[in-house]
Each structure stands twice: as structure tokens, then as C-alpha cells.
Design a binder for this molecule. Sequence first.
Ligand SMILES: Cc1cn([C@H]2C[C@H](O)[C@@H](COP(=O)(O)OP(=O)(O)O[C@H]3O[C@@H](C)C(=O)[C@@H](O)[C@H]3O)O2)c(=O)[nH]c1=O
Length: 187
Amino acid sequence: MPCEFAKTALPEVVLIKPQVFRDDRGFFLETFHKNKYAEVGISGNFVQDNHSYSKKNTLRGLHYQLLHPQGKLVYVISGEIFDVAVDIRRGSPSFGKWTGVHLSAENKYQLYIPEGFAHGFLVLSETADVLYKCTEIYTPDDDYGILWSDPAINITWQSSSPILSKKDQEYQTLKNIPETLLPLYKK
Ligand SMILES: Cc1cn([C@H]2C[C@H](O)[C@@H](COP(=O)(O)OP(=O)(O)O[C@H]3O[C@@H](C)C(=O)[C@@H](O)[C@H]3O)O2)c(=O)[nH]c1=O
């Protein structure tokens, strides 16, 4: 199967199913290709790559940067996660809506989450290694988040009591975040 780019419930969030070349040695795949990804609008300049390792039932999220928004290309090289994007752009027709996909070392899928969306994931396997490329560098002072369990967003996480960082436990729900701390929708 050639590399497939599929729309999700949020049209700007792209699910990528890379072409996997298998032979007696193992497999090969392209994890990013500037020209091919640009054809579907993934044209940001990736400037930072991250790797996080987490135990089962860890939930990281829902995170975003406001003044230095990051587009993120996420994939998993060991284990499985449920990866989620939430549209938090003020004035967006899909404001407050979310989409989620299973990314695993087995399916090798990727999720592209554009700037202006919050991102988070839950680890479903014993452990998971998650890699993601970002279109902006990490800026600690610009680090924001929304409560993972916000009832108005209503993400169907497969856990009711995940392992969370202190920071992630203390985020507010979307409706309690001042408008000025949310990104603006640009057509
Ligand atoms: C995200 C990040 C963190 N750090 C540091 C800050 C802190 O001491 C330590 C752990 O940071 P955090 O607790 O924020 O890590 P984490 O909860 O994994 O944050 C990440 O979550 C996922 C869902 C995302 O979408 C990312 O953009 C990022 O926000 O690593 C960096 O140095 N550079 C970075 O790019």
C-alpha cells in the first residue's frame, strides 16, 4: 500500500499510514518526506524532535503553546497510545471538538496535529516510546494546557484514573480558560 493520508473527524488533523517495505531483513519506512507531506498541507518547518517514554496508563496532555504554536507529527516506535487532538481555536467551526486515533509500533500510523490544537495521549501498552516532530521550539513560558477530563470536550479515554503530572492535574477546563489564552482561528 502506498503512503495514505486520511482525514479525521477534524479535517485539518491528518492520519498518515506510511508505506512499509518489508523483506527478509525487516522493514523500512519513511517517517517524514518534505515534498510528499507538503502535498497534503503538512508544510511547516520542523525544528524540534522529541522522544517520550511512558508507563501504561500515563496520560500526557492536553498541551499547546500560544505565542509559539507547534504543529506536531506524532508516531510510536514501541507500544500503543490513544493520541488526541482538540480544536481550541477561538472562532473555529469545530471549536471544542476532538479526534483520537490509535498509534502503535505495529500499525506505524502517524498523526499530524496542526498549530492551534491541543494535544494529548494515553499509553495503552505496558510502556510506550512516542516520537514527535514540532514546527516550533519548546518555549517554557508559553506552555499551556487544558484539563484532560474536561466534561464539555468529553474525550472517551480508556482510563478513568490515569497517571498524570502535577501540572496536568491542575489545568482548567476549556470554558474556564480566558479567551486571550486561546489561539485564534485563521481561515
Ligand atoms: C515538552 C518539553 C519538555 N521539556 C522538559 C520540561 C520538563 O522539565 C520535562 C517534562 O515536560 P512535560 O511534563 O511538559 O512533558 P510532557 O507532559 O511529555 O509534554 C509534552 O506532552 C505532549 C502531549 C505534547 O504535545 C508536547 O508538546 C509536550 O507538551 O521536560 C523540554 O526540555 N523540552 C520540551 O520540548
